[in-house]
Design a protein around this ligand. Structure first.
Ligand SMILES: Cc1cc2nc3c(=O)[nH]c(=O)nc-3n(C[C@H](O)[C@H](O)[C@H](O)COP(=O)(O)OP(=O)(O)OC[C@H]3O[C@@H](n4cnc5c(N)ncnc54)[C@H](O)[C@@H]3O)c2cc1C
Ligand SMILES: NC(=O)c1ccc[n+]([C@@H]2O[C@H](COP(=O)([O-])OP(=O)(O)OC[C@H]3O[C@@H](n4cnc5c(N)ncnc54)[C@H](O)[C@@H]3O)[C@@H](O)[C@H]2O)c1
Length: 479
C-alpha cells in the first residue's frame, strides 16, 4: 500500500509530540501523530509528572501532614489508608488529562495512529500496529518530529521481575502500601517519591552515589530540603550504592550496599535516571546520529542533521521536563513551517520540584552569579515572617531573590515551601520583562499572600546593599 501523505508526522504523543502536532495543525497543516501505547500524554500524563504529583497531593491529604502543622494534632488516617485510597484520585486525574489531550487533537484535526514508529527512509515512518500481528501503515511527510521521550534506567543488580522491586513506571501498580521502602537514587524522582511515602508513614531509606541532595539547587534550598526530609524520618545513605539485592517472593528484601551496610525492606523503588530508546527508530536510515548516551543532537531550531527531521523533549536530553518538552515541540513546528509565532524557547526556564516541601527556582543561583563575575546582593524572606505563611503553618519555607548589586536587576529566584512552583512565576515574569527591585516595591500585592514575600525579600536586599555600599537608606532618592 502506498504511504499516506501528511505535512507533518510526529512520533510520540507526550507533551513534546502533542504540542508539535497541535501547533502544526493550528498553522493549517495536515498532521499525523504516532503513539505506541493506548493513551495520549506520554510520561507526563501516564507514568511520570501528573501521576506523581497527584499521588503527592493524595498522600498529603490522607496523612494529615497539613493538620499537624496547623493545629499540632495528628488527624492521620494513614494506618487505615489502603493502596486504593492512594491510587484512586491518580487514576481519575490521569484519565481525564489524557482524554482532554485526545479531544483537543481531534478538534485540531490531527490524525492519531496507534503503533510503534520507525524510519524506513528519511521522509517515511512505518507504524507497526499492535494488531493484527504484522500490520503496518507507512506515513510520508515533508517534515517529521521525533518526540519519543525516555524510560527508566534498570540497573542489572535489581530483580525487577519481583513485584516488590519497582521502577518509577511500575510503582503506579503497587498492590499495597509498603511498611518500609528503599529508594535508589536521590535525584528529582527519588526525592519526590521518598517524601510522598514518608508522609504516608512509610520508613524510607534513600541511597545515592553522591553526597548532596539535588546538587543543582541553591545550597540553602538543598540543605533545607535534606533537613526537612530527615525530620520526616527519611534515612540517607550517601556515597553508596546497592551491590546485591535479594528479593524473595515473601518476606523482607535484603540489600547489601557497597559500604558493607545491609538493609532489609518491604519494597524497593529504583530511580537511577532515565535512558533513551532512539536507536530503535533506525536513525541511520533517516540521516541523523545519536550521542553515546543515545540522545539525538539538535540545533537551536531542534533540527537534527537531517534538516527535515526535528527532535524535542527527553530524547534530546537536558532539561528533560514536561514544560520544556512542550515548548520545544511548539518551536520545532513553527520552524518547520516558517511561522514566526514561536521562534525560540524562553530565555528563563523554571524548575518545580514536588518534594515535601516543594521547591522551585529560575535564573542564577548566588554561586552561578559569582562564577560569572557579577556582583550581587541577595534578599531573603521567610514564610514565617509573612501572615499567609503563618496562616498555612509553613515554618520552614523561604524565598531568596538574587539581584545584581549595581542596578538591582533580578537575576534569580529560589523558593522552598508551599506553593513554591506557583510563587516562582512572579519572579519569572519580572525576569522576562527585565524587572528590578523597583518593580516589587511599586507592586501592590494582595494581603495576606505569599506573593508579598517578594516585597519583604526586596527590602532585605536593599538593606544589605546599603550596608555593603555604606549608604544610609534615607539619603537615597532611588534604590
Ligand atoms: C516520575 C516522574 C515525574 C516527573 N515530574 C515532572 C514534573 O513535575 N515536571 C516536569 O516538567 N517534568 C516532570 N517529569 C519529566 C516529564 O515527564 C518528561 O520530561 C516529559 O514527559 C517528556 O516529554 P516527551 O514528549 O519528550 O516524552 P514522553 O512524555 O516520554 O512521551 C513520549 C511518548 O512517545 C511514545 N513512544 C516512544 N517510542 C515510540 C515509537 N517508536 N513510536 C511511537 N510512539 C513512541 C511513548 O509511548 C510516549 O507516549 C517527570 C518524569 C517522571 C518519570
Ligand atoms: N519535578 C520535576 O521537574 C521532575 C520530577 C521528576 C523527574 N523529572 C525529570 O526526570 C529526570 C530523571 O529523574 P531521576 O531522578 O530518575 O534521575 P536523575 O538523573 O535526576 O537522578 C538519578 C540519581 O540517582 C543516583 N544514582 C544513579 N544510579 C545509582 C545507583 N546505582 N545507586 C545509587 N544512586 C544512583 C544519581 O547519583 C542521581 O542522584 C530528571 O532529570 C528530570 O528531568 C523532573
Amino acid at each position: 500500500m502506498p504511504a499516506k501523505e501528511y505535512d507533518l508526522v510526529v512520533i510520540g504523543a507526550g507533551p513534546g509530540g502533542v504540542a508539535a502536532a497541535d501547533t502544526a495543525a493550528l498553522l493549517g497543516k495536515r498532521v499525523a501523530l504516532i503513539e505506541r501505547t493506548a493513551t495520549i500524554g506520554g510520561a507526563a500524563v501516564n507514568t511520570g509528572t501528573i501521576p506523581s504529583k497527584t499521588l503527592r497531593e493524595t498522600a498529603l491529604a490522607i496523612s494529615g501532614v497539613k493538620a499537624r502543622a496547623l493545629i499540632g494534632v495528628d488527624v492521620s488516617v494513614r494506618r487505615e489508608a489502603k493502596v486504593e485510597d492512594l491510587l484512586r484520585h491518580e487514576r481519575v486525574v490521569t484519565a481525564s488529562e489524557s482524554h482532554q489531550m485526545r479531544t483537543l487533537l481531534d478538534r485540531y484535526g490531527v490524525t492519531v495512529y496507534r503503533g510503534t514508529g520507525k524510519f524506513v527512509d528519511p521522509n517515511t515512518v512505518r507504524v507497526t500496529h499492535p494488531s493484527p500481528p504484522g500490520g503496518f501503515t507507512d506515513l510520508w511527510a515533508s517534515k517529521i518530529v521525533v518526540a519519543i521521550g525516555s524510560m527508566p534506567v534498570r540497573p542489572a543488580v535489581f530483580p525487577f521481575e519481583n513485584p516488590r522491586v519497582h521502577d518509577s513506571d511500575e510503582l503506579l501498580y503497587i498492590t499495597s502500601i509498603p511498611r518500609s521502602l528503599a529508594v535508589i537514587g536521590g535525584g528529582v524522582i527519588g526525592s519526590e517519591y521518598a517524601c510522598m511515602f514518608a508522609a504516608l508513614g512509610v520508613r524510607v531509606h534513600l541511597i545515592d552515589g553522591r553526597d548532596t541532595l539535588l546538587p543543582f539547587l541553591d545550597p540553602d534550598l538543598s540543605e533545607a530540603l535534606k533537613d526537612a526530609m530527615e525530620r520526616q524520618g527519611i534515612v540517607f545513605w550517601w556515597k553508596d550504592q546497592v551491590d546485591a539485592c535479594t528479593a524473595p517472593r515473601t518476606g523482607e528484601i535484603e540489600l547489601r550496599l557497597k559500604s558493607g551496610k545491609e538493609l532489609a525492606v518491604d519494597h524497593v523503588l529504583v530511580c537511577a535516571g532515565r535512558t533513551s530508546a532512539a536507536a530503535a527508530l533506525a536513525p541511520e536510515v533517516a540521516g541523523f546520529g545519536l550521542t553515546p548516551r543515545g540522545l539525538i543532537p539538535v540545533d537551536e531550531h531542534f533540527r537534527t542533521t537531517n534538516p527535515n527531521v526535528y527532535a524535542v523533549g527527553d530524547v534530546i536530553g537536558f532539561p528533560a521536563l514536561a514544560s520544556t518538552s512542550a515548548e520545544q515541540g511548539r518551536v520545532a513546528a513553527c520552524h518547520a513551517f516558517g511561522s514566526h509565532a514561536k521562534e525560540a524557547l524562553a530565555q528563563f526556564l523554571p524548575a518545580g520540584i514536588y518534594t515535601i516541601p516543594e521547591i522551585s527556582a529560575v535564573g542564577l543561583t548566588e554561586a552561578q552569579a559569582r562564577e560569572k563575575g557579577i556582583p550581587i546582593v541577595v534578599g531573603r524572606a521567610d514564610y514565617d515572617q509573612n501572615p499567609r505563611g503563618k496562616i498555612i503553618g509553613d515554618k520552614l519555607g523561604f524565598l531568596k531573590l538574587v539581584f545584581a548589586r549595581e542596578d538591582l536587576k533580578l537575576l534569580g529566584v529560589h523558593v522552598i515551601g508551599e506553593q513554591a512552583s506557583e510563587l516562582v512565576h512572579i519572579g519569572l515574569i519580572a525576569m522576562m520583562t527585565g524587572g528590578d527591585a523597583n518593580l516589587f516595591l511599586a507592586t501592590c500585592f494582595n494581603y495576606p499572600t505569599l506573593g508579598d514575600l517578594y516585597k519583604l525579600a526586596t527590602h532585605d536586599a536593599i538593606l544589605k546593599r546599603n550596608e555593603l555600599l555604606g549608604r544610609s537608606p534615607a539619603s537615597m532618592s532611588r534604590w
